[in-house]
Design a protein around this ligand. Structure first.
Ligand SMILES: *Cc1c(COP(=O)(O)O)cnc(C)c1O
Length: 418
């Protein structure tokens, strides 16, 4: 979102205030031009004969976003059978969907077999059961390379105490299970979590993966997961995707030459593709001056966007109603009956009640983590695409809140007596 002629503009010159007028706040808005630009930049960063980018759809799983990803040539990374089904609904071929569940039972995995998608196995118990039930269904192994990526304990998933993946120390046991069951291993995978900054960490994990991969003769791909860091505020460091691409590509091509076959280099970007494409537009209900703070209270809360409260994530906030106004200090808080602070002491252009604020980086893990806490409706979503704004999800209504509730016969007599 840029300021142009004294107004904030989305791509195609669309005014976020017009969108709020049409669809009301709070409103999620995604700009497809930014998603496309990120996808193309990432695809161009790697110099290998075969590359596949699988969009990790838990970041933002609206069907229209999935269709956009497919139209650009992406595959899909899924972590639940429901995400698999959404991917199929969006038109992805089963072979372009990878299912990477954690701690799900064999029943759900059997459903994935039925649907024909690629399956990533992340523990030896399931590997054994899978090998006995479906010895002819090729699978991929999720390896835990035991590297500490990023700084946030909740989003770092490849370290030694992590619940994810099969420890690379357990490969002898894996080989025994594979031989005993006759399974075919078609891919090797790792995903070390969010917030990787430099190519070094990736390469460190990659070496471990190459070392494991050379002992499996039937591979068709190696999947290096994701964890690309995106900037959240001005001056923030981000993964140098071109540097990473150059270094990984060289090493990958060398591996393939030694292995004797061209494999597909695979990544699973989520946040990288959609984070910066999203804005969450909210209205300021109340300006409240206390002895120490000026609060701007908005018509949303941790029910719609929980990252600041859950991960201490920083999201830039700007006042789109007053691009020219003088900045002042505000603590932006939600309406939930619990502390839900979006930003403390932020310099934001002077706010008046009724103004529309944009919370930035609202594409990844924002709507997809939204809930109905406090019995509030989840917001509408709009996709800005080639100069047009499309409503891609309606705001919920009272019906949505009670749709799946079944009333027990409690208090019936009493109310009848009244
Ligand atoms: C969440 C997840 C991703 C995407 O991670 P980002 O940091 O959003 O890019 C990729 N692969 C797997 C297996 C995941 O669980």
């Amino acid at each position: 979102m840029k300021i142009h002629n004294g107004r904030y503009q989305l791509s195609g010159g669309l005014d976020p205030l017009d969108l709020v007028e049409r669809y009301q706040a709070p409103l999620y808005v995604y700009d497809s031009a930014i998603i496309k630009q990120k996808y193309e930049r990432m695809a161009a960063a790697f110099d290998v004969p075969k590359l596949q980018l699988l969009y990790a759809c838990k970041a933002l799983s609206n069907l229209s976003v999935l269709r956009l990803m497919r139209s650009m040539g992406a595959g899909l990374d899924t972590v639940s059978i429901q995400e698999v089904e959404m991917g199929l609904m969006a038109g992805f071929a089963p072979k372009d969907i990878v299912y990477t569940p954690n701690c799900v039972g064999m029943e759900e995995i059997a459903e994935a077999v039925e649907l024909g998608v690629r399956i990533n196995v992340d523990n030896i118990s399931i590997l054994e059961q899978f090998g006995q039930a479906f010895p002819d269904y090729p699978i991929c192994l999720r390896i835990n390379p035991h590297i500490m990526a990023g700084l946030n304990a909740k989003t770092s998933v490849g370290h030694i105490d992590s619940k994810f993946g099969i420890s690379f120390h357990q490969m002898p046991l894996v080989h025994r299970v594979v031989e005993a069951t006759g399974l075919t291993i078609e891919g090797i995978h790792m995903h070390t979590g969010s917030g990787i900054l430099d190519a070094g960490v990736f390469l460190q994990g990659a070496e471990i993966l190459f070392n494991i991969a050379k002992d499996f003769p039937d591979l068709s791909y190696l999947d290096f997961g994701s964890g690309f860091k995106v900037p959240y505020r001005e001056g923030d460091a981000e993964t140098d995707i071109e540097d990473l691409g150059t270094q990984i590509s060289q090493r990958f091509n060398r591996f393939c030459a030694n292995y004797g076959r061209e494999l597909t280099l695979t990544f699973e970007p989520g946040k990288y593709l959609v984070s910066e494409a999203g804005y969450f537009l909210v209205q300021v209900n109340v300006i409240k001056q206390t002895t120490s703070t000026v609060f701007a209270g908005i018509d949303s809360g941790l029910n719609h966007l929980i990252r600041p409260m859950l991960y201490d994530a920083y999201h830039e906030i700007s006042n789109v109603s007053r691009p020219g106004a003088k900045p002042r200090f505000y603590t932006v808080v939600g309406y939930i009956c619990e502390t839900d602070t979006f930003g403390v002491n932020r310099r934001i252009n002077e706010i008046q009640e009724g103004d529309i604020l944009a919370i930035h980086n609202a594409g990844a893990y924002c709507f997809s983590m939204a809930s109905n806490y406090n019995s509030r409706f989840r917001p509408a979503e709009v996709l800005v695409h080639e100069g047009q704004a499309y409503l891609i999800r309606k705001r919920e209504t009272m019906d949505d809140l009670i749709r799946s509730q079944v009333e027990a016969p409690i208090g019936v007599e009493q109310s009848e007596k009244v």
